[in-house]
Design a binder for this molecule. Structure first.
Ligand code: IPD
Ligand code: CA
Ligand code: CA
Length: 264
C-alpha cells in the first residue's frame, strides 16, 4: 500500500515542479491571453501546463481519469481521477502579481485521497494524503487555533466570471469585514485553502468554485485538522458543491453563521 502512496506523491511532486518551471519561465514577460467567456481568461501557459501534467501522470498511471480546467474530462478509469488546475490565480499571473499556484487532487473511487498545491514563487510544496496528514515542504502543518472572529485573518474570493455569485458574496463580505480582524482577497482559491491548512489564514470562504479549485485544498485543510463545509454547514463535496467555507473547528460555526449562498 505504501508503494502506491509513494508513487502518487512522486508523480504529484514531479508534475508540480515541471508546471512551476513553465510558469516561472514566463513570469514577468508578455503573455498570450485569450478570453474563455465573460471576464474569464486563459494564457498559453495554463494550457501547456495542464497537458504536461497529464502526460507526466499517464507515464506512471496510464489508466487514469482527468478533470482539467482547460482540457475538460478525459480518460477511461473510474477508479483514479486527477483533478487539475494548472494555474489557479490566472488573473494574478497575467498581472505578474505573485500569488498563484498549481493544484492537483487525486480521487480514488470517488474519494479525495491525495492533494498537492505548488507555489512556484515561494518554492512551497503543500501535500496531503488522506488519514496521513498535511505537509509543507515535508513538514507537518496544522490549522490555526484562533477561536474568535475578532482575532481572525480571513480570506474570500469573488468569481468575476459569474457575477451572481460575486454579488451575493458582497453581502457576506459586508457582514464580516468589521467582525474579523481583517479580510484578504488574494485571488487563488487553492492557495487560500493551503494557507488555511498551514495556519497563515484562520478561515476562507467563496461562492461559485469548481472541483479543480478545491480538490487538493479541501484535503489539505481536513488533514491539517480543519473543517470544510458547504454553505449549509454539511461536509463539502468536491464534485457537487460550489460554495465553500473552511476554518479551524473552533471558528467554523461562527463563520457559517455569517455566510449565506443560494447554492450549496
Ligand atoms: C480562480 C481563482 C480565484 C477565484 C475564482 C477562481 P483561476 O481560478 O481561484 O481566486 O476567486 O473563483 O475561478 O480561474 O485563476 O484558475
Ligand atoms: Ca482556479
Ligand atoms: Ca486555472
Amino acid at each position: 500500500m505504501s508503494n502506491i502512496h509513494n508513487k502518487v506523491r512522486k508523480v504529484l511532486k514531479a508534475a508540480c515542479l515541471e508546471a512551476g518551471k513553465i510558469i516561472s519561465a514566463n513570469y514577468g514577460k508578455d503573455k498570450n491571453i485569450r478570453s474563455k467567456g465573460a471576464n474569464d481568461w486563459v494564457t498559453t501557459q495554463d494550457i501547456k501546463v495542464e497537458k504536461v501534467i497529464i502526460n507526466i501522470v499517464k507515464k506512471v498511471f496510464p489508466n487514469s481519469n482527468f478533470i482539467g480546467e482547460e482540457t475538460g474530462t478525459s480518460g477511461n478509469n473510474q477508479a483514479m481521477t486527477w483533478v487539475i488546475d494548472p494555474i489557479d490565480g490566472t488573473n494574478n499571473y497575467i498581472h505578474d502579481y505573485p500569488f498563484f499556484c498549481t493544484s492537483i487532487g487525486v480521487m480514488i473511487k470517488g474519494k479525495i485521497t491525495y492533494g498537492a498545491i505548488f507555489d512556484s514563487n515561494r518554492n512551497e510544496f503543500f501535500y496531503a494524503q488522506k488519514d496521513a496528514g498535511a505537509f509543507l515542504n515535508g513538514k507537518k502543518i496544522n490549522v490555526s487555533k484562533i477561536k474568535n472572529l475578532s482575532d481572525s485573518l480571513l480570506c474570500t474570493g469573488f468569481i468575476t466570471s459569474k457575477k451572481s455569485f460575486a454579488r451575493k458574496n458582497l453581502a457576506n463580505f459586508r457582514r464580516l469585514i468589521f467582525k474579523a480582524r481583517s479580510i484578504r482577497r488574494d485571488g487563488s482559491a487553492a492557495l487560500d485553502l493551503a494557507y488555511v491548512a498551514c495556519g497563515r489564514l484562520d478561515g476562507f470562504w467563496e461562492l461559485g468554485l469548481n472541483s479543480w479549485d478545491t480538490s487538493a485544498g479541501v484535503l489539505l485543510v481536513r488533514e491539517a485538522g480543519g473543517r470544510v463545509v458547504n454553505s449549509s454547514g454539511k461536509n463539502f463535496n468536491i464534485l457537487k458543491n460550489k460554495s465553500i467555507i473552511s476554518a479551524n473547528k473552533g471558528l467554523l460555526k461562527k463563520l457559517i453563521a455569517e455566510i449565506s449562498s443560494d447554492e450549496v
